[in-house]
Design a protein around this ligand. Structure first.
Ligand SMILES: [Zn+2]
Length: 146
């Protein structure tokens, strides 16, 4: 299930803050409009009402498509050194978040395609959908080429 929260994010330009929707997980089949927004680069960002510049909520984001059996996981690279980050993985790179047993985690989720750049996340998802036979690709999924 797609998962979001409302959070107050500080503007790195003026020090003001904005309340905004922050997505942590997106399930492809749940909400096609949300996938469109993700591929357009509109997720987890908003305009600062103080200075007009862009505020980006730089948080981890998991994308999962259960039908196509793939997942992709974005992590802000500065979090990689954090012990809490490392606790979510085994030494072999398997994603094994605490509190979720191996049996509960579908194979497509235990080996997510890891990226450390949101644009790379969008490109990877676009690439995966581009492999679908013509006619099975939603028009919205072609938007990520920009
Ligand atoms: Zn600002």
């Amino acid at each position: 299930m797609s998962r979001k929260e409302t959070a107050v994010i500080e503007c790195s330009h003026c020090g003001g803050s904005e309340e905004m929707e922050v997505w942590h997980a997106i399930v492809g089949a749940d909400d096609p409009d949300l996938v469109v927004s993700l591929l357009r680069g509109e997720i987890n960002r908003t305009k600062c009402t103080g200075c007009g510049k862009e505020i980006i909520a730089d948080v981890a984001l998991l994308y999962h498509d259960a039908n196509l059996h793939f997942s992709a996981l974005y992590f802000p690279f500065h979090q990689v050194a954090h012990p809490e980050f490392k606790k979510q993985f085994r030494a072999d790179g398997t994603f094994a978040p605490e509190g979720i047993s191996r049996d509960e985690l579908p194979d497509s989720l235990s080996h997510p395609h890891m990226v450390f750049d949101m644009n790379e996340l969008r490109r990877y998802i676009t690439f995966r959908y581009s492999l679908l036979p013509a006619g099975k690709q939603g028009d919205e999924r072609k938007e990520g080429n920009a």
